[in-house]
Design a protein around this ligand. Structure first.
Ligand code: GLN
Length: 304
């Protein structure tokens, strides 16, 4: 497959569409980014790397980190994890409180903020240094030891975290969060502030294209079943209230973040990451969504 030519074509076509969007400003530090940035990296399960545009610049992975936190916790807690968080799409914005009361403080899935806060709580119960555990996991699966947090972004989120605190206190009132909420939000904000390039993130996502086996060490980090299930959750819940649209137009398990990144996989074939900070009203990258739609349309296949 000539992925180089395909990526070039997709990249040029997206640029020609002159898509609009807005940079996330509710975390002020995220606004300090050049809105014209745009890159795509694709890595095959044979390890061939194809890149176009700004693929070697770090960006804030934000909610994409939720997938890595899940991949750390799931093999430890196994199926008991699903007593504390569900696997159903929410159909609501990423930071919504709306269903929590009717569902007794059990978040719909681990890829929305409420569910990710429960996962962070699990991490805090299991590990002495929960934030470092997720960071080390990302370094390991991306084979990149110098990946790190962005202190400024973490602090910026911490000082604008009323909504996440409200979610955490509400869940705690049902007994589904055990940690001190201030400490929990600190762990969560540091995890969201991790910075990676498109290529680094595509390397890390190879794990989910490679049945849970670390591509670089051959270590089985997830069972085949756990890997399939994480992909299923990404497919149904990775784009909040735009998950159906993403499945319809792109058809890959994936996850977006308000830093403008989208990471996705075609299991057995490749991982792909797109970054452009301009977001649509659902908080997903406009150019990223279009690039992946064009990619699978031109390829003629997806998981469907
Ligand atoms: N850190 C962000 C928040 O909790 C992540 C949201 C996102 O990327 N969708 O608001």
């Amino acid at each position: 497959m000539d992925y180089r030519h395909l990526l070039e074509e997709v990249y040029q076509e997206v640029l020609s569409l002159d898509l609009k969007g807005t940079i996330a400003t509710y975390i002020p530090e995220l606004a300090n980014v050049d809105e014209s940035k745009f890159g795509i990296s694709l890595i095959t399960t044979q390890g061939a790397v194809f890149s176009v545009g700004n693929t070697e610049e770090k960006f804030s992975i934000q909610s994409i980190s939720k997938v890595f936190a899940l991949a750390v916790v799931y093999p430890i807690l196994k199926e008991s994890l699903w007593e504390r968080v569900g696997v159903e799409p929410s159909g609501n914005p990423f930071n919504s409180l709306i269903r929590l009361e009717n569902e007794n403080g059990v978040p719909r899935n681990p890829l929305i903020n409420s569910g990710a806060l429960v996962i962070t709580d699990c991490l805090r119960e299991i590990f002495e240094n929960p934030i470092d555990t997720v960071l080390e996991f990302i370094r390991k699966v991306s084979n990149t030891p110098d990946i790190d947090y962005c202190e400024a972004t973490a602090q910026s989120e911490l000082t604008h975290s009323s909504r996440n605190k409200a979610l955490a206190y509400f869940i705690k009132s049902y007994g589904n969060i055990k940690s001190d909420v201030e400490e929990l939000i600190e762990s969560y904000s540091y995890q969201c502030s991790i910075e990676m390039t498109c290529t680094e993130l595509a390397r890390a996502f190879l794990l989910f294209a490679n049945t849970g086996v670390n591509f670089y060490t051959n270590e089985e980090l997830l069972t085949k079943s756990q890997s399939k299930r994480i992909n299923a959750i990404m497919q149904t819940c990775g784009f909040y209230d735009e998950a159906g649209d993403f499945a319809f137009k792109v058809g890959l398990p994936g996850k977006s973040g308000v830093g403008g990144g989208i990471a996705a996989v075609l299991p057995g074939k490749f991982s792909v990451v797109v970054w452009s900070p301009l977001l649509n009203e659902k908080g997903n990258s406009t150019k990223g969504m279009k690039a992946l739609e064009l990619l699978t349309t031109k390829l003629g296949y997806s998981v469907f």
